[in-house]
Design a protein around this ligand. Structure first.
Ligand SMILES: [Zn+2]
Length: 283
């Protein structure tokens, strides 16, 4: 290994450890929400790309199906940018849809309804009106009372666009909203930039974790379905998957969308902004 490769390796490892530390601090400071979903609930999970639903909410989807809830997954894009090595775009798009279908089958045994918007991967920020109108259609038809969607704090433009579109469609009186992080977990610059604004915003949200341990096999099987994304060079590399264990899933509930469901916090108390900000200080 040359000097510059070694420097890159050290920098990459330090960034990864910093991000893992932030992830574990947020997870530790999140209150536990047990059995948050029952048979009378209707769940909508919105994913920017095929695989986000499984990474961030796979265990929760399996738990919701097992509890008898209706579960609908809306996937915004066709995933065409997920795998440069796969050559033909049409093949990759078809393959990713197959993988998504297989993953949902692993999580819900055929009980999860899939709505694919088929918007172009990487261009959601330019398709906001189309995205919002597809979301409005789904929300009006499905009438979910619990929605899972990406946080608008996400650094990936497609994730941010979906997060913003969901908030624009979903007023707090329509459903409870749980937001998830995918790319933010892995981006030290986003955590440390903006003068700590991201840390403050995450600290100000209600942080919630759902224990999905008994559904870990289903989530692992669903992740295995994404063969085009696995392997050391794929998006779902082992290092990346450390942020998405099959045993617990972490969400943020923005102010205004908070459920009245009581949380069991690490100290047995309601979690406040200051507590979170202190725990997650990383400068
Ligand atoms: Zn994604």
């Amino acid at each position: 290994m040359g000097k510059s490769a070694l420097r890159r390796w050290i920098r990459g490892s330090c960034s990864h450890l910093l991000c893992l530390g932030i992830y574990h601090a947020i997870r530790a400071s999140a209150g536990s929400l047990e059995n948050p979903i029952g048979a009378r609930d209707t769940i909508l999970v919105v994913a920017p790309h095929p695989d986000d639903e499984t990474l961030a909410c796979g265990g929760t989807i399996a738990a919701a199906v097992a509890s008898g809830a209706r579960v609908v997954v809306a996937c915004a894009t066709d995933g065409r940018l997920g795998g440069a090595a796969h050559g033909d775009v049409d093949n990759l798009v078809a393959r990713r849809l197959d993988e998504l279908t297989l993953a949902l089958h692993a999580l819900g045994g055929g009980a999860v309804e899939l709505v694919a918007f088929d918007l172009e991967d990487g261009r959601l920020a330019e398709s906001l009106p189309a995205l919002a109108s597809r979301l409005e259609e789904v929300v009006s038809r499905v009438r979910p009372n619990v929605v899972f969607s990406p946080s608008p704090l996400e650094p990936h433009p497609d994730h941010r666009a979906v997060g913003e579109a969901v908030r624009s469609v979903l007023t707090p009186d329509r459903a409870q909203l749980f937001e998830y992080l995918v790319w933010l977990w892995t981006q030290p610059r986003t955590w440390l930039g903006r003068r700590g604004a991201t840390v403050r915003e995450v600290g100000g949200a209600r942080r919630v974790k759902i224990d999905t341990a008994i559904f870990r096999r289903a989530k692992s099987a669903a992740l295995d379905a994404y063969r085009s994304q696995r392997g050391e060079s794929g998006a779902l590399a082992p290092r990346f998957l450390r942020f998405f264990p099959p045993t617990v899933e972490v969400f943020l509930q923005p102010a205004g969308y908070r459920s009245s469901t009581p949380l069991r916090g690490p100290e047995g108390s309601e979690l406040g902004t200051q507590d979170g900000a202190t725990t997650m200080r990383c400068e």
